[in-house]
Design a binder for this molecule. Structure first.
Ligand code: SF4
Ligand code: SF4
Length: 301
């Protein structure tokens, strides 16, 4: 089984649209949406038969008021100002702000009355849905919740399990934008990363940064220049950068005004306008990606 991860470095390059097109072209037997802060692949693929599970990670302190002696030690020790002192019936009482609590456990350890519980926190969900191409493993973090890297890792693990159960030979992963912890969690151990970029200076800058990240984790990279005809000079500059770095450019996708209509219709461009130049370029790119996957070295570890 191989794992292809689609990343962009910068948001707004059309990463999810490209992922949906690849799914429609045959890469979507098992899909994983690892953009857990703003998952949207399901909007294009159309899902049904959801089975959702809570995502439990970390802990939150809770003071048992009846056992608390109001000594204030926890508020003094908390580095995150997560313990609030409130006057109730003329008496100062302490309670934990669950949003501010980082779950470090210091107050639990040092409370002289043993009055602080430390239950696990539910900070999102993950689930499996069916799409018209195959299974989609997706997830969402609650607003303000952290640990998105852990949730990304969980989504990838579940996608690999689903692929093993289905006998699929490819997992297609829609990764998060940026270069932070969730991106690292998305690409480590992958067989191939497809970097979707666009002809703009910020995109070129971010392409270099995410290229470095992939190089650090020894993951091979190929590049797709989306909306390449909007600025041919910058597209050539990106291609030149890729040539200097030894990165194959597997696709130059022209801008297609029908892409927005396809999104509104809830389908990929290759389904909505299969005869369009952009759809033809996406199909040709998929063939090149298949070739790159076939020759990709086994990931380490
Ligand atoms: S340290 Fe324990 S006893 Fe003291 S105020 Fe906090 S919860 Fe109450
Ligand atoms: S667990 Fe840590 S962050 Fe949360 S209230 Fe206690 S000391 Fe503060």
């Amino acid at each position: 089984m191989k794992e292809l991860v689609v990343l962009s470095g910068k948001g707004g390059t059309g990463k999810t649209s490209v992922t949906a097109a690849l799914a429609a072209l045959g890469a979507g037997e098992v899909l994983a949406d690892c953009d857990v802060d703003a998952a949207n692949l399901h909007l294009v693929l159309g899902t049904h038969g959801e089975a959702a599970h809570p995502f439990v990670s970390g802990h939150t302190a809770v003071i048992r008021t009846d056992d608390c002696s109001d000594c204030g030690e926890c508020a003094r020790l908390c580095r995150f100002d997560a313990i609030l002192a409130e006057t109730v019936a003329g008496r100062i009482r302490f309670r934990v702000d669950p949003i501010a609590c980082e779950g470090c456990g210091v107050c639990v350890h040092f409370c002289p009355s043993g009055a602080i519980d430390f239950p696990s926190s539910t900070c999102g969900w993950w689930g499996t849905s069916r799409t018209r191409f195959g299974a989609l493993i997706h997830a969402a973090l609650d607003v303000g919740a952290e640990n998105s890297g852990k949730l990304v890792t969980l989504v990838r693990e579940q996608a690999r399990k689903a692929a093993t159960a289905a006998g699929a030979d490819l997992v297609l992963v829609d990764g998060p934008p940026g270069i932070g912890c969730p991106v690292t969690a998305s690409l480590t151990g992958a067989d191939l990363v497809l970097l979707v970029t666009e002809p703009s200076l910020p995109a070129l800058h971010d392409l270099g940064r995410i290229r470095e990240l992939a190089r650090h984790f020894a993951v091979p990279v190929v590049v797709c220049i989306n909306k390449c005809d909007l600025n041919p000079r910058l597209s050539d500059r990106i291609a030149e950068f890729c040539r200097d770095q030894g990165i194959p450019v597997v696709g130059r996708i022209p801008f297609d005004p029908l892409a927005g209509d396809a999104q509104i219709a809830g389908v990929s461009l290759v389904e909505f306008a299969p005869e369009s130049p952009a759809a033809a370029a996406l199909a040709a790119m998929w063939e090149d990606i298949r070739g790159a996957l076939a020759t990709a070295p086994q990931p380490k570890g």
